[in-house]
Design a protein around this ligand. Structure first.
Ligand SMILES: Cc1cc2nc3c(=O)[nH]c(=O)nc-3n(C[C@H](O)[C@H](O)[C@H](O)COP(=O)(O)O)c2cc1C
Length: 210
């Protein structure tokens, strides 16, 4: 079982990364081969619409022909059994780095002949989203949009599951920032009472028990 874990937060040790590290521990606990990648360490571009992946006569379908530091990771993900990704929500969407990554991951799998998938195998996709807003705002304003955004993930031929994590702690000391819309007391309380359970869920997801 090969599991690739991709952190699409620029912060390597904060909410998203902590969840993904627990997922990695979970996957390792059941003997999976795990690769963990901080996406912001890679120099890469979004899909450049070179359309090389749609050319007639190419040697390999479902291949991204644009060469940069993302290309080898994409090859490894297409050969994985599972991709566990994580992204903070920025302006009610996954981060720009995540969206660039997702374009490159999914577009080569799309057949422009009939809309089917060109990927030979299947990759199950689990995505953790961390965000400031509480659950009710997520359900009202974000959930439908994110579900729609992930519709093309069907081209990976596996399951797609989204795990939203609400009302995260954004900084350790709110008194040092102009962040008056947030209650530090409330954020800290959630961090102590709710986030540990989110980490447990991430472990279970990694271990394939959830
Ligand atoms: C540029 C930027 C935009 C953000 N936009 C939103 C937003 O639209 N909705 C939200 O709930 N949180 C938003 N946040 C907060 C982050 O999603 C939240 O703090 C997240 O848990 C950060 O993840 P990290 O700790 O892994 O970096 C934003 C943060 C930044 C830096």
């Amino acid at each position: 079982m090969k599991v690739t874990i991709v952190n699409a937060s620029p912060r390597k040790n904060w909410n998203t990364a902590q969840l993904l590290k627990e997922a990695a521990r979970g996957a390792e606990s059941v003997g999976a081969e795990v690769e963990y990648v901080d996406l912001y360490d890679l120099k890469f571009t979004a899909c450049r619409s070179c359309l090389a992946c749609k050319r007639k006569g190419i040697d390999e379908p479902c291949k991204c022909y644009w060469k940069d530091e993302l290309s080898p990771l994409l090859e490894r993900i297409w050969k994985s059994d599972k991709l566990i990704a994580g992204s903070p929500i920025y302006f009610s969407q996954p981060t720009g780095w995540f969206r660039s990554f997702f374009e490159r991951l999914v577009f080569p799998a799309l057949s422009y002949d009939d809309g089917s998938s060109l990927l030979k195998g299947s990759v199950d996709l689990d995505v953790f989203f961390t965000m400031n807003v509480p659950e009710d705002i997520y359900r009202k304003s974000y959930e439908a949009r994110l579900n729609e955004y992930f519709e093309p993930a069907r081209l990976l031929n596996g399951t797609t599951r989204l795990f939203p994590i609400f009302d995260t702690l954004q900084v350790n000391d709110y008194s040092k920032y102009n962040m008056a819309i947030f209650s530090e007391e409330h954020k800290k309380e959630r961090r102590e009472t709710v986030f540990p359970n989110d980490l447990k869920i991430a472990f279970e997801v990694g271990a394939g028990r959830r």
